[in-house]
Design a protein around this ligand. Structure first.
Ligand code: A3P
Length: 297
């Protein structure tokens, strides 16, 4: 025990002094607050977008989701800054926390901190997004017992333990079930548009991010005011996953983790049709709100 105390006394001055020394040795490196945030939408391809953007050496982003404006706000701005990686002049710091999109507090909190914040939203066909959401939820729930089928959750009686009120249906669809509700994008977006002008948003087509990742990433680099450096040669479609992965200089490639690009259950055609019909007017409202159209059929 005495030896341990001795050791601590010996190394303590070094630990205390090393921090300022390191920062004076590298005066150009600092942790900056983000200038742009990927605010959503969950299961639309937000992780893929962030990983692909990081191919640009001027984009600095933390790996994990920070959840500052929804869950960790009381930790304060300096905590938020401490979550960011170090950056140099000319770099741009971004973070992604897709739960911000549906958060009631995030829009005004972000505006209070930076009214010029650039906001990136990945949007995907809400039917596919709902199936992806369901796939994730049922894989997490597996420990607790099998989840009812997607069909039952989307148009039937949900599950006894489900928080969703499935006695209220809209056009035969459980519009209160989270997986369906989040896909009514325009409702959440209205909240954001009360705080920020449309020009501060960039909308990424989640389907195009799969079909032509370089093109979608290029548009984001431009929106961020950066020189575009990401090209089609940075990607390769994995023969097993069937999703684009990042090509390394040594010829190998790096795919997203096993929770991204999971196989989806096959959903009955009539249920798919009912969901499509349900979303049609909602998508139209979205497209006129953002003055942009996505071909999701
Ligand atoms: P699935 O796993 O259900 O297919 P998010 O990162 O926002 O949670 O989105 C996850 C979804 O991103 C995945 O859902 C997948 O469809 C999509 N995706 C887009 N590009 C991808 C890529 N290159 N690799 C893996 N998944 C990708």
């Amino acid at each position: 025990f005495q030896m341990i105390i001795h050791l601590i006394i010996l190394i303590l001055p070094y630990l205390v002094c090393s921090a300022p020394i390191r920062s004076t040795q590298q005066p150009n490196r600092e942790r900056k607050l983000p200038e742009a945030i990927i605010i959503g939408v969950k299961k639309a391809g937000t992780r893929a977008l962030l990983e692909f953007l990081r191919l640009n050496p001027h984009i600095k982003a933390p790996g994990p989701e920070v959840h500052f404006f929804d869950r960790n706000f009381e930790k304060g701005l300096e905590w938020y800054r401490s979550q960011m990686p170090e950056s140099e002049e000319g770099d741009l710091t971004i973070e992604k926390s897709p739960a911000y999109f549906i958060s009631k507090t995030a829009p005004s909190r972000i505006k209070d901190i930076n009214p010029k914040m650039k906001l990136i939203v990945v949007l995907r066909d809400p039917v596919t997004r709902a199936i992806s959401d369901y796939t994730q939820a049922s894989s997490k729930r597996r420990r607790l017992g099998q989840m009812p089928s997607f069909e039952r959750m989307a148009v039937g009686n949900c599950a006894p333990w489900s928080k969703a009120n499935c006695s209220v249906k809209t056009q035969g669809v459980n519009s209160h079930w989270g997986a369906v509700r989040i896909g009514v994008y325009h409702k959440y977006l209205q909240r954001w548009l009360k705080e920020f002008p449309l020009a501060q948003f960039h909308f990424v087509d989640g389907q195009k991010l799969i079909d032509d990742p370089a093109e979608e990433v290029k548009k984001v680099e431009e929106f961020l005011g950066l020189k575009s450096v990401v090209t089609p040669s940075d990607f390769e479609v994995d023969s097993v996953k069937k999703f684009p992965c990042i090509k390394n200089p040594d010829g190998t490639h790096h795919c997203l983790g096993k929770t991204k690009g999971r196989p989806h259950p096959k959903v009955d055609e009539p249920v798919l049709k009912r969901l499509k019909r349900f979303y049609e007017p909602e998508n139209d409202r979205l497209f006129s709100l953002i003055r942009q159209h996505f071909q999701w059929e």
